[in-house]
Design a protein around this ligand. Structure first.
Ligand SMILES: Nc1ncnc2c1ncn2[C@@H]1O[C@H](COP(=O)(O)OP(=O)(O)O)[C@@H](O)[C@H]1O
Ligand SMILES: [Mg+2]
Length: 319
């Protein structure tokens, strides 16, 4: 069977292969009807195991039913000969992996901003009874926008997500080893992918937090505490990480919303300035669009309060 993709899938004209490795392929494509570019994720189901095709169908249906600013949007889907495909809104940006490769370590405020930006869609998934199971830097796209020129996080890839509201149809066999990346998978998910819970996603996000701050993975028995590798570490950061990364699920935050709530407790604007030993005076976060603009202006003196504080639950509305 010819493994090359056809020139069109549905009405979409394939433009080029997106230069990223992965199991099912993503392609840039043009929608001639609407005159815009989309990203197609496609699987040649004819030569893939039936289980792989079933998982792909689940990914597209799940993604189509979900809607959150921190998730990608499905626009269309179909079957074309041997090919199964779905079209997504094509986001401009680079992955968190690319950002970490370039910067090695992210500054504290940026790392926490990315963390919150990942926890928000993850909290939405958990509230929708979905376990993502593949949180890792390759599956986070950073999309530059006005408020976050460095990129707001969008969580990608529901390829191995587990829909707990649809237990009968979720495609995971007991005893199957981790489906995601072994460096990010929680111990219970590594032993048996079917056992992955919301807390397993929290664990993976904890690995990611550590990696953003320390520039290395928290592996081996003697990886350094975050206080020792982050110069301006607030006193609570190591505890936050440990509670996300606990091997025992019962000692871990149970879901993304619990991590957001813990952050809210720790990171009031006042506490931010008091504990992040960066030494600026406390002040309130901006409350209106005009204030956001003023805060962003160079030399305004306000730019040091991270904008994402306003996104923590109970502090305001996420944009
Ligand atoms: N909506 C999107 N817009 C832009 N790039 C995307 C989008 N979705 C995926 N990508 C890019 O394609 C890569 C692979 O997509 P992903 O859904 O993670 O598939 P895979 O199952 O192959 O890992 C991502 O790492 C990202 O670089
Ligand atoms: Mg992926």
């Amino acid at each position: 069977m010819d493994p090359r993709p056809p020139e069109t899938l549905g009405r979409y004209r394939l433009l080029s292969e997106a230069p990223v490795p992965g199991s099912s392929k993503t392609y840039r494509a043009e929608d001639p009807f609407l005159g815009r570019e989309v990203l197609l994720k496609a699987l040649e189901a004819g030569s893939a195991p039936a289980e792989r095709a079933a998982r792909f169908r689940q990914e597209m249906r799940l993604a189509a039913r979900l809607s959150h600013p921190g998730l990608f949007r499905v626009l269309d889907a179909g079957e074309d000969g041997d090919w199964l495909w779905f079209a997504m809104e094509r986001l401009e940006g680079r992955t968190l992996r690319a950002e970490m490769d370039e910067r090695k370590r992210l500054p504290l405020a940026r790392a926490l901003g990315v963390l919150v930006g990942i926890l928000l869609p993850l909290d939405y998934l958990h509230a929708s009874q979905v376990v993502h199971r593949d949180v890792k830097p390759e599956n986070v796209l950073l999309v530059p926008c006005r408020l976050e020129p460095e990129g707001r996080p969008v969580l990608l890839d529901l390829g191995i997500a587990k829909d707990r509201s649809d237990a009968g149809r979720t495609i995971t066999r007991h005893g199957e080893r981790a489906l995601g990346s072994e460096y990010y998978a929680a111990p219970e998910a590594l032993a048996d992918a079917a056992r992955a819970t919301f807390a397993s996603d929290v664990y993976s996000t904890g690995v990611l937090l550590y990696e953003m701050l320390a520039g290395r993975l928290p592996v081996g028995s003697n990886f350094p505490a975050l206080d020792d590798c982050v110069p301006d570490a607030p006193c609570w950061i190591q505890m936050l990480f440990e509670t996300m990364h606990a091997s025992d699920e019962r000692a871990r935050f149970a879901k993304a919303g619990d991590v957001l709530a813990a952050l809210r407790e720790q990171v009031s604007p006042e506490a931010w300035h008091a504990t992040a030993r960066s030494g600026s005076s406390p002040h309130d976060p901006p409350r209106s669009a005009r204030e956001w603009e003023a805060a962003r202006a160079p030399g305004s003196g306000r730019g040091k309060t991270p904008f994402w504080l306003a996104w923590l639950p109970g502090r305001g509305r996420a944009p």
